[in-house]
Design a protein around this ligand. Structure first.
Ligand code: BGC
Length: 767
């Protein structure tokens, strides 16, 4: 090597290290595991696959490699073609059509290896679109590397016409039954694996601890253990699906990390999260899916503690790779490399932004409209600021993902099983999930509403389909009910079906009082319009005045008022709640939600949902159930009732349960030990019900202040009237009594613990 080349490359390495140390607060380039070493560590024992990856890396050009690291949105090469609706009530027909010239530009000029996005078009359209896309991509790649396609199916196949739409994730959390999470992934696989939807951008594993955050409904819960359990069930079913062969799909853990608890509550805004809290509350759900074998991660577009996550070597490499052991593909979120320059302003231009994101640890950039990333990255490698080893590391991960999904063997979609879409049994699963996700918060004897002669239905979401679907349904945001299936029931139409012999009347603010004459009850379906991401930013959790007025008008009639909240977050209603006879938190229950709500109101279904988060009493003040002792220090009981109308885990039923005989197999254990706890739950009412038994542990003294209690185990079982069932929980010291310190190291501190289940509690000691 010539002298000046040596100096140049030493200089480049020096600059790279300088830049690297500026991109993350405590990165230490000296102790970096080299990219080559990392690549070796990530090799699987599938020798044929690893050899194929090596061969490809040996023969691909730099441009081709960078193309594999780039993801482009389908708006860049496909059009949405809409034809007018066949009848006034029918939805207009919209199809996706590829503009081959535009697509070929991205393939030939930039060798793009991944595309994303869509809307709900018919399956035949998806089939033709994906087939054409892959055919063209393969024809234009001299190595024959298939493309991988990503879709945001967030609650069932929401970008597929005629599909089964499940409730959103915070409803799934409220079922306290991981089977529903698995069912959602199962049905999603059946409906989309054949269509070329290789890469599913779900589940959201962010923790819903801030109800102002507009993506609150996409989270499973405010509780890390519940979110981890639901996420694990989803990922395992989707990635190890028993029925989708020869196709496989990859799940995506998003949005790593700290996205859901921004200081000001708005989308993609800065979060300040103490590191111990990050480890205790935000990381466990992501860690759980790494352990479950998840194949990809998507990154939070915001910042945590002053560093944008896309530029954080500490979070993307130290924590995600070295601590959590993730070996798959890390994709950026939307435009998040360029935003390091344009919005976060931690990079002076696109090139520095690219450098920071790559050196922090991203593998693929969802650019998604431009190829600036490809140009910047190529320059950085040519100038030897980024090494070819670093590029090879990311490309090997991406190629491995594609190989593991079987894309070489089965690159094309198939249309021979399209009758799997929207099957009756799939919709029954979604309906059951919706039913079990509804939380009865208040009932002064009006529910179930049996044999009414007349019901009046009013409110913002009384006859709304989009209200039940919420964001990420059919489109990113669907403002028009006409796009929804004609036969999808609303609350109003479902109640008409549930009570064929009663008069079910729709009313508005003007007609409500008059309509109430002779009514047995008034159902007010309050709530919100759909939103996704930033359009959902707002500044007041309280339900708007117009809706509160309508509830008051209903109350003035003197008729029993059943209030439903169909919304993406808990809109506060404390002023009107005392005069409501019943209140059901419905969340966003999906396409079967209308029927599910009617079934609970009529008593056909006994409600069994429990809150997956704590419903705030006031718009300006909330905290999760697993808060610190000092948060309520002036008066524990009073403060709790002032701040929440229904804490995490709360939910009524049409029957009653008695918890008794809490027993522990021992009163103490050591660090390697375990205790088995059991409780008897008796259905003391007259209706069969499904009861979720939630086991909490309080760590009475800790070096770091401990949450007042933390969920450690749950189980939901059917209990017949008069029947007693025994539930058990094996407490392992290491798993259930430890907590992380600010470095993520396990703390297992001897001392007193309290086990809590229902209204029972028992003390035990870790020795
Ligand atoms: C969202 C992601 C989504 C991506 C692709 C982003 O704006 O934050 O959740 O997967 O877009 O559509």
């Amino acid at each position: 090597m010539k002298m000046h080349t040596v100096i140049k490359s030493l200089l480049s390495m020096f600059i790279a290290n300088m830049l690297l140390s500026a991109c993350s607060f405590d990165s230490d380039p000296q102790s970096l595991i080299t990219d080559k070493r990392r690549m070796e560590m990530e090799r699987t024992n599938n020798t044929a696959m690893e050899e194929k990856i090596e061969d490809l890396l040996g023969s691909m050009t730099l441009e081709e490699k960078i193309g594999q690291m780039t993801q482009i949105n389908n708006s860049q090469f496909a059009k949405e073609i809409s034809t007018p609706a066949s009848s006034p009530s029918a939805p207009p027909e919209t199809l996706l059509e590829i503009d081959t010239a535009k697509l070929i530009y991205y393939l030939d000029s930039f060798h793009i290896g991944s595309f994303l996005n869509g809307i709900a078009v018919p399956a035949e359209n998806w089939y033709r679109y994906s087939k054409q896309l892959q055919e063209i991509a393969l024809r234009h790649d001299k190595h024959g590397i298939p493309i991988i396609y990503g879709v945001d199916h967030m609650h069932g196949a929401n970008y597929l016409e005629g599909s089964t739409i499940f409730p959103h994730s915070f409803n799934i959390g409220a079922t306290f039954d991981t089977q529903f999470s698995a069912d959602e992934a199962y049905v999603l696989g059946l409906e989309t694996a054949d269509l070329g939807h290789h890469w599913i951008f779900a589940p959201v594993l962010d923790i819903g601890r801030n109800p102002n955050w507009p993506r609150f409904y996409e989270t499973y819960s405010e509780d890390p253990y519940l979110a981890a359990s639901m996420g694990t069930a989803y990922v395992k079913m989707l990635q190890e699906h028993p029925q989708t062969a020869p196709y496989k799909q990859a799940a995506t853990a998003k949005h790593y990390i700290g996205y859901s608890d921004p200081d000001n509550g708005w989308d993609r805004t800065p979060a300040t999260i103490d590191k111990q809290q990050l480890y205790e509350f935000h990381i466990p759900s992501f860690k759980a899916v790494v352990d479950a074998g998840i194949k990809s991660f998507m990154i939070n577009g915001g910042e945590v503690n002053g560093i944008p996550v896309h530029a954080s070597y500490e979070l993307l490499t130290r924590v995600l790779r070295d601590q959590l052991g993730f070996k798959g593909v890390v994709v950026t979120d939307w435009e998040d490399v360029i935003r390091l320059h344009t919005t976060h302003k931690v990079a002076k231009d696109m090139k520095e932004a690219t450098f920071k994101a790559i050196m922090a640890g991203i593998d693929m950039s969802m650019t998604p409209y431009t190829t600036d990333f490809c140009i910047a990255l190529k320059e950085l490698v040519q100038e030897k600021v980024i090494s070819m080893d670093r590029i090879n590391l990311s490309v090997s991960r991406i190629l491995r993902l594609k190989m593991e999904l079987g894309l070489w063997e089965h690159p094309f979609p198939q249309d021979t099983r399209l009758d799997r879409i929207g099957r009756k049994e799939s919709k029954a699963k979604a309906r059951k999930a919706a039913e079990e996700s509804l939380v009865l918060i208040k009932n002064e004897g009006v529910l179930p509403l049996t044999a009414p002669k007349k019901i009046v239905v009013a409110g913002h979401n009384a006859d709304s389909k989009r209200g039940l679907g919420g964001g990420w349904t059919l489109r990113w945001i669907t403002y028009d009910d006409k796009l929804y299936p004609e036969d999808m029931p609303t609350v109003y139409t479902a109640l008409k079906d549930a009570y064929p012999d009663a008069q079910v009347q729709l009313a508005d603010e003007k007609t409500l009082k008059a309509s109430a004459a002779g009514a047995d009850a008034i159902v007010i379906a309050a709530g919100e319009e759909p939103y996704s991401e930033t359009p959902g930013n707002f500044s007041n959790l309280e339900l708007d005045d117009e809706q509160l007025e309508l509830i008051k008008t209903a109350q003035e009639t003197g008729k029993p008022v059943i209030l439903l909240m169909i919304a993406g977050r808990p809109r506060t209603i404390s002023d009107v709640l005392p005069d409501c006879d019943a209140f059901i938190w419905c969340g966003l229950p999906g396409f079967e939600g209308g029927t599910a709500i009617a079934n609970v109101i009529s008593g056909k279904v006994n409600p069994s949902g429990k809150m997956s988060f704590s419903y705030p009493a006031q718009p300006g003040h909330w905290f999760p159930y697993n808060h610190k002792n000092m948060e309520l220090f002036f008066d524990f009981d009073k403060a709790l009732s002032m701040t929440t109308i229904a804490p995490f885990g709360y939910g009524l039923s049409y029957t009653t349960y008695k918890y008794s005989d809490l027993t522990l197999s021992a009163n103490s254990l050591d660090a390697e030990g375990s205790i088995t706890a059991s409780i008897t739950v008796t259905n003391t009412g007259s209706k069969a019900g499904r009861e979720a038994v939630l086991w909490f542990i309080s760590d009475e003294v800790g070096t770091y202040t401990r949450p007042v209690k933390a969920l450690k185990h749950f189980e939901k079982l059917e209990i017949a009237p008069g029947e007693a069932k025994t539930f058990t929980f094996k407490i392992n010291a290491d798993e259930h009594l430890s907590y992380p310190n600010a470095k993520g190291e396990k703390m297992l501190e001897p001392g007193d613990f309290t086990l809590r289940v229902g209204d029972q509690e028992a003390a035990f000691v870790l020795e």
